[in-house]
Design a binder for this molecule. Sequence first.
Ligand code: NAD
Length: 731
Amino acid sequence: MTDFTMTKDADGVATIVWDTVGKSMNVMSRESMAQLSELAEQALADDAVKGIIITSGKDTFAGGMDLNVLASIREESGDNPEQGLFDFTMNGHKMLRRLERAGMDPKTNKGGKPIAAALPGTALGIGLELPLACHRIFAADNPKAKIGLPEIMVGIFPGAGGTTRLVRKMGAMAASPLLLEGKLNDPQKAKAAGVIDEVVPAEELLAKAKEWILSEPKIVKPWDEKGYKMPGGTPYHPAGFMTFVGASAMVNGKTQGAFPAAKALLSAVYEGALVPFDTALKIEARYFTNILMNPSSSAMIRSLFINKEALEKGANRPAAPDQKVKQVGVIGAGMMGAGIALVSALAGIKVVLIDSTQEAADKGKSYTTTYMDKGISRKKATPEKKEAVLGLINATTDYDALKDCDLIVEAVFEDPGVKADVTAKVQAVTGPDCIFATNTSTLPITELAKASNDPEKFIGIHFFSPVDKMLLVEIIKGKATGDVAVAKALDYVRQIRKTPIVVNDERYFYANRCIIPYINEGMRMVQEGVAPALIENAARQLGMPLGPLQLVDETSIDLGAKIAKATKAAMGDAYPDNDVDEIIFWMFDEGRLGRKSNAGFYEYDEKGKRQGLWQGLAEKYPHAEDQPDLITVQHRLMFAQVLEAVRALEENVLEDIREGDVGAILGWGFAPWTGGPFSWLDMLGSAYAAERCDHLAARFGPRFSTPALLREMADKGQSFYKRFAGEAKAA
Ligand code: NAD
């Protein structure tokens, strides 16, 4: 059995069908690439063949390259992995270039056989780069299909000619959202953007492609013709000049130079635009190799592609029968409950949404109405879909309506008494198999479970705000939580298409536990007289989406003040002397609560648009004469987070470093280019990391002390991924 097969019909049209054996979606491997090449050569050499259709045997075209291939090439290439990767990339270019030239005379461009790509559905990565090398791209009118080049999302860029071809086909300006943001389009939009050529009814896909082949079309690509001019202009053309200057500023503004792939992509596009097509491909291959050799790309691929998918597929799911949720009860229709009801209904799950008044319950449901209306205005939803989704949500105050629910997610006020009360009220009506989950962000699950009549069925399902946008869900096991509850939570998270991590119950669980020290370190530096702009810029240049002070403004000062008060109350004398409480309570007293009060560490205009940093801060905390260097500020911000992740692992809050890495990026936006805290520490090397901690601890205090685990790893010369994730697990 092979992934590519070919048939020829009586009219001389050869159809090559891609159907990856044993997978639901086509992915390109080294073997399948060789098969495609061989079949294409056969067809091109066969006098009886007039043209070729390349299509798929599945209802999608392809999901892209098997990213494990790139890792294996690097490993197989011994002490010269760059050469191995470059040769592999250039072989791909040669193969696709032969398809593109299709036997044409190199001088006259005469002859050659038309090749059509016929896409029944989704075409991503090399699944679009291959069609771009063909002469015409037909796509079935399938609104669910996604077409694009998402490579940048995992720290690489399109390296099978997609970068060079797309820019030459559309111009740098039009290609930039597709290449730099990995924007995906449905077929109609992809056609409007000029990525593909025709959208046809699904049942006519092959017939239309064949009709085109038999029409003896002109197949030479514009860039292979004399006098070709790149749309929008090359870098030295006045219009092109503006594009490239603008793009460079935009990319650096957005990424702060922290994403090597974005920089390399831009260089490949710029330099490629100055030279003939085949040289441009070579330049693309060189930058692609460079990026594949950067540890950031392998870490990003590992966390954001391989491990994220493994977690979504239930890598840490205990063995238990299918626990798919049929009806969920959401208690508390506030900000979180409204979002949880929305994402559940969008996944087709029936929802009972409860609040203490009908008005509050209705208000929670109206969040879904607003969301769907927005979708309709953006043509992403239809009025029928809106009705169907709303029809799944029963907003009520009546607890009896919960009796058929198999999962409850409680999102009432963050108050143990209120939560205990709700738990008892719910359990008075639900059946014995119903799993009860709390969305608490700060209260220990084991404590809350004491209010339950069956702690084995009690669990934490911690969503992040805003629920509909945030991809991570943290599942927290209390001391008594049983396997079925964990399986239920995981199956539910899978239904609503989010990424789960499963952690054990300790204060702040995992994500909040790591982000709080980041925020605190930022505020502590303000108190020390470090310039707030230095702190914020240092964080952004690390690739953090928000500086710590901006993050406080977004989450609000009073939340910080509330958490500090609650923690103090809960811990009593054991409460660590938290020197940032001073600045939090001061900001609170000044009424600078953050974005919601239009005043925080930043100033805001009357429309709520963020302006510069608040000057009043410098009056209270004057800038020190000696400012620290950038690296010191960055290391303080980074180690504040990653050491907490290491401690979470030491304390068994985290059971799997993959969850620590994936959860950090999806949960709080931890510098994605690193692949996560453990990947970043592996990049530094445990010995250097421990040395930095010793240095920071000596200068700034014991919160930076090297954790015993890291010290041991430094002594043994170990890395996290070698020590904690066996080859199969680490992928
Ligand atoms: P919220 O104040 O917006 O909503 C709480 C809702 O619960 C209100 O509508 C309230 O009327 C309702 N409620 C209170 N007592 C009730 C009762 N006895 N019966 C029924 N309904 C009741 O709060 P929120 O921000 O949505 O947070 C809810 C929970 O989610 C809290 O436990 C919070 O810690 C957690 N959480 C919040 C965030 C966040 O960013 N806001 C993130 C993760 C988790």
